[in-house]
Structures are given as structure tokens and as C-alpha cells.
Design a binder for this molecule. Structure first.
Ligand code: MRU
Length: 349
């Protein structure tokens, strides 16, 4: 809404929630923007299916959801065999649901550690389940807090009246809070900077034109959607002041994996002398990987790209933007610039 009367704070729609019956409640994002329908999940298979089918997606949010899912299934199991072995096996299955976003593994590892501690203290099953739910809630709360910090830090990069280009979806449909790149945009908007946004469609599943469009519309931010292939001419026409996107995994040297098409935008931004930023919480960094070459890239089903029978499809869902094309990484601990290897390490000191 262009008058800004409907803000996220006022929005009654929960993206994720604990259902009163103990299940995990999720907004089914595959139906957006046409329909807002929730699912209730209380099995590991159900949570894995929701993550794999992108009913819930976005790197930080799938981490939060995996943690909540583990707490939910542990709660159901409590009293009938919630053992350390059973919990480890469920955690391993969930961690493997999608390969690129490291936040998923990061959150599952935190749940594993919480589980191990509770089991090693000999806590009764119901108590273990309670402790796991507490840890999942902390993961969610911390993600929301990291989004706010990213928003505050990144808004300083945005000049009054700027036009900001973004890609894919990085707001409250992708995180446990206001978002990463979208958190920056929302914060600048709420600071009264009078910005406007150009959001790429994000083919093939249109996370931009379906999901970011929904977030922009419901938070009253003036915006236009473009098809991905329009980015070059829009930049050439001088319409973009700054580009900012999220990330699914950032290697120790600053190379960043994000939705397919991000790399092309970074190349275009460099060609047109436009600053190109990544925004991500610390849970998106994978310091075990020296460079982006080691980031596993998810390849998705051919059915996502309708084409003629008999033609094969190659459908990588992410690409890696080399650090040298990134002007800075906006994190919950401030903005990190080159030399990335050194400055990223300092984030974790
Ligand atoms: O395949 P998706 O929709 O999960 O991809 C999401 C993205 O690529 C986002 O840009 C990324 O996770 C950052 S979310 C804050």
C-alpha cells in the first residue's frame, strides 16, 4: 500500500508459529501472493517436505523452522522413546533437507548440542523436549534480533531518495524477523528516507515478483518489479543507486552464494559502477570453506522450468558471487569490507 498504512508490525499474518496443539504452524509460501493458507506439521517428514517444496524457504528461516520442527517432533516423542540416538537421526535427516543454505545445518547443530547436553545430564524425556523447545525459541529470537541489527547497520548505506535494487526474497518470509537485505530496505523506509525499490522477478519460482512484492506492498514501500533480464538496461539508464541482496552461504574469503542470478547482478553492478552489497547474519557464514568453489549448489527439479518434451533442463538454484564484486557485507555486527578473509574472521572473535 503506497500510503504506508499497513506495516509489518501491524500485519496479522504469522509466517511461522507454535500451534497451541504443539505442532509447527507455517504459512505455505507456494500459494503466495494469491492465497494465505497455513499448514500444521508435527512429523520430520512433513517439515522436510515443506522445506524441500519451498513452502517455507529463505536461508535463516529454514534454520529456524528446522529447529522448531525438531523441538516439535521431540515433544511428540517424549514419553515414548525420546532417546539421544533417535534425536540424532531426526536431526541428520532435517539437516540434509536442502544443501546450500548453511543456516539449516547451523541451527540443527545448535539443537544437537542442546539435545546432547540434556541427554548427558540424564534429564527425563519431557524435560529434554522442553529444553529443545527453549533452544528453538532462542534461535528464532536471535535471528529476529540479528535482522534488526542488520537493518540498522545497512540503512546507513542508503541515501535519501535512493533507488535500491534487490533480488529474490529476504524479508519476513525468509527470516525469523524483518529480513536481511529487506530489513535494510524496510529500516531505511521507516527512517523516512523516501527510497524506492526495484525488485527482480527471480526466475524460475518468482520469489521476487510473488514474495518480495507481497512484502513491499504490505509494508507500503514504493516499488517496481522487473524481469531478471531487464536489470542491465535499468542499470544503464541510471535508475539504480545501490544493489543489496541476501545470501545462503558465505565462505571464509567473502564469496557469497545466493539465488541464481545474483552473480549476473553483481557483474552488471560493477560494469555500471553501482555499489553491490550482501546482507546476512553470522549464521550464514561458513568459515570451514576457504572459497565459494566449495559451496554445494542445489540443483532443482526440471519440472520447475516448463519446456518442450524431450529437452533436458539444467536448474541450479543458486550461484556464487566472487568477493571482489562485493562492496561490503552487512552483518549483525556491522558492515564488513575487504580484505574479507581477515575482516570476516574478526566477526567471530
Ligand atoms: O530458494 P530460496 O527461495 O530458499 O532462496 C532464498 C534466497 O536465495 C535468499 O536470497 C537467501 O536465502 C537470503 S534470505 C534472507
Amino acid at each position: 500500500m503506497a500510503d504506508g498504512s499497513l506495516t509489518f508490525q501491524a500485519m496479522p499474518i504469522d509466517v511461522i508459529a507454535w500451534a497451541p496443539n504443539g505442532a509447527l504452524r507455517l504459512l505455505d509460501q507456494t500459494l503466495l501472493p494469491d492465497e494465505t493458507r497455513h499448514l500444521e506439521l508435527d512429523t520430520t517428514e512433513g517439515v522436510i517436505e515443506a522445506i524441500q517444496m519451498l513452502r517455507v524457504r529463505g536461508a535463516p528461516l529454514i534454520g529456524v523452522v528446522a529447529a522448531m520442527g525438531l523441538a516439535t517432533v521431540a515433544g511428540r516423542r517424549a514419553g515414548s522413546g525420546l532417546t539421544a540416538e533417535w534425536f540424532e537421526a531426526e536431526a541428520a535427516r532435517l539437516a540434509a533437507a536442502r544443501p546450500t543454505a548453511v543456516n539449516l545445518r547451523w541451527a540443527v547443530d545448535r539443537m544437537r548440542r542442546a539435545g546432547r547436553e540434556a541427554f548427558s545430564q540424564g534429564a527425563p524425556e519431557k524435560k529434554v523436549a522442553q529444553l529443545l523447545r527453549g533452544e528453538a525459541q532462542r534461535i528464532w529470537d536471535e535471528d529476529a534480533a540479528m535482522c534488526l541489527a542488520i537493518g540498522e547497520a545497512g540503512a546507513e548505506l542508503i541515501q535519501p531518495g535512493a533507488t535500491v535494487l534487490t533480488h529474490c526474497n529476504t524479508g519476513r518470509l525468509a527470516t525469523g524477523g524483518i529480513g536481511t537485505a529487506f530489513g535494510v530496505i524496510l529500516t531505511a523506509h521507516q527512517q523516512g528516507k523516501g527510497i524506492d525499490v526495484i525488485a527482480c522477478e527471480a526466475r524460475p519460482l518468482r520469489q521476487g515478483s510473488r514474495l518480495t512484492a507481497w512484502e513491499l506492498a504490505t509494508s507500503g514501500i514504493p516499488a517496481r518489479i522487473i524481469v531478471d533480464s531487464a536489470a542491465a538496461s535499468v542499470m544503464a539508464a541510471g535508475e539504480v543507486d545501490l544493489a543489496i541482496v541476501g545470501a545462503d552461504r558465505i565462505a571464509a574469503n567473502g564469496d557469497a552464494a545466493n539465488k541464481i542470478g545474483t552473480y549476473s547482478l553483481a557483474v552488471l553492478a560493477r560494469a555500471h559502477d553501482i555499489p553491490f552489497y550482501i546482507a546476512a547474519p553470522r549464521s550464514t557464514f561458513d568459515l570451514a570453506l576457504a572459497s565459494g568453489d566449495e559451496i554445494p549448489i542445489e540443483e532443482r527439479a526440471a519440472s520447475e522450468i516448463p519446456t518442450a518434451k524431450g529437452i533436458s533442463v539444467y536448474n541450479p538454484a543458486f550461484d556464487v558471487t566472487p568477493a571482489e564484486l562485493i562492496s561490503g557485507i552487512v552483518t549483525d555486527r556491522g558492515i564488513v569490507g575487504p580484505p574479507y578473509t581477515e575482516n570476516i574472521r574478526k566477526l567471530f572473535d
